[in-house]
Write a protein that binds this ligand. Structure first.
Ligand code: GLP
Length: 241
């Protein structure tokens, strides 16, 4: 794991935007894995700004989002699809057919998880997967537990995770779905390169344990230590102690 520390959150976003845009320029058909959350909003703003007026060509890029809530119709308010359309896709012009999402409103959720695994494989796998991290060490919706899932699966959300997603539902944690679909740990670890983005003091303990601690299912992000190409991009406040 390489730790890449910057002065503040805008500097982290600027550095990661440069890496993403360089990768798109080198490989126009890049396959990107993408996170939601508050943390990547500055990155998406930076990508919108630097792609304005056709400055970057996203027309052949393919994306796969990490996770999605169960029970919402795809694209409905509060869904991660809705978030991505607003924060990035509509502005940079990613064709809807190139944007991969889990559909949390699918009638057969197990079949939906299988479809997603196949879709990622058929796209040739993810070239670059960007991750956030929960203060409890979750990645995607792989929550701390006695055992973790390898593949894309249905997940129950921890109370703290629902609370931290309340901003998508008018601040009301009760309205945050109790379940989600998420890429699994092996789905994540198969990406060719991974960048984990963490900013702010509330992430410091999880980042420190992820980088320095043992690998344990009670801190799912620690499994990233098994991957040969992980960059942990942090601001000063989230830098590991
Ligand atoms: C959600 C997402 C995660 C994300 C995490 C952190 O639970 N499922 O993928 O990393 O929140 O979010 P934030 O950036 O808002 O702290």
């Amino acid at each position: 794991m390489t730790v890449d520390s910057h002065a503040d959150a805008p500097a982290v976003a600027a550095a990661l935007a440069s890496r993403v845009l360089d990768a798109v320029a080198r490989r126009p058909s890049l396959v990107l894995g993408l996170p939601t959350g508050r943390t990547p909003k500055l990155l998406y703003a930076e990508l919108r700004r630097r792609s304005a007026g056709g400055a970057a060509d996203w027309s052949a890029v393919r994306t796969f989002n990490l996770d999605e809530f169960v029970g919402l119709i795809s694209g409905e308010e509060g869904s991660y699809r809705d978030y991505m359309e607003r924060e990035l896709f509509s502005a940079v012009g990613i064709p809807p057919a190139h944007a991969g999402f889990l559909n949390g409103g699918a009638p057969d959720l197990d079949a939906e998880c299988d479809r997603y695994e196949r879709a990622i494989a058929e796209a040739g796998g993810m070239d670059l997967l960007i991750l956030g991290i929960g203060a409890n060490g979750h990645v995607g919706f792989n929550e701390p537990a006695d055992a973790l899932h390898a593949r894309t699966h249905r997940a129950s959300l921890a109370a703290a995770t629902r609370a931290s997603n309340a901003y998508l539902f008018g601040g009301d944690a009760q309205r945050v779905p109790a379940e989600a679909l998420s890429m699994g740990m092996a789905t994540i670890l198969r990406a060719r390169a991974i960048v984990l983005l963490a900013t702010g003091p509330e992430k410091r303990a999880a980042v420190t344990a992820m980088v320095r601690g043992p690998i344990r299912t009670s801190l799912p992000a620690s499994f990233l230590q098994l991957h040969p190409d992980v960059t942990v991009m942090v601001d000063r406040a989230a830098s590991p102690e």
